[in-house]
Design a protein. Structure first.
Length: 142
């Protein structure tokens, strides 16, 4: 799994933003992206839950694991109700408490205007308050 924002928002290379934004292929980063407050919250909660010790009995379905989140971008300055994302730092802290220093989740607060810029770049949402990536930033540079 690794898409987020989620599979309901996956781009399949079709025209997603109107006639001027026809895409020939989906960028590889899309499969490593979680978009939206609810989806990012679910991803963090699932990671926290997966770190807990659980007993799996025969016949019990085991959920698919995804790569751990590495960075979360929050458009805090653009939100009318900042309380919508107030829980994210606590969830990140819980996730980070079980990780080594080299693999902590980074939280990045984006400047005013980022919400609409991200939505325009994605092409399928009116606004985007939160995006999480499940790849290390150095992968993005290569």
């Amino acid at each position: 799994m690794a898409t987020t924002g989620s599979s309901s928002h996956e781009q399949d290379g079709n025209d997603v933003g109107g006639p001027s934004q026809a895409l020939t292929s989906t960028p590889p980063i899309i499969s490593h992206t979680t978009v939206g407050i609810n989806e990012v919250t679910k991803a963090l909660e699932n990671e926290i839950q997966s770190r807990r010790q659980t007993v799996v009995t025969p016949g019990t379905a085991v959920s698919e694991t995804r790569a751990p989140t590495s960075v979360i971008f929050i458009c805090h300055a653009d939100l009318d109700t900042p309380a919508l994302v107030a829980h994210l730092p606590q969830l990140v802290a819980l996730c980070n408490s079980t990780r080594s220093e080299d693999h902590k989740i980074k939280v990045v607060q984006l400047p005013v205007g980022a919400q609409s810029s991200l939505a325009d770049a994605l092409g399928y949402l009116r606004r985007v308050a939160v995006i999480a990536l499940d790849v290390r930033p150095c992968w993005l540079l290569s």
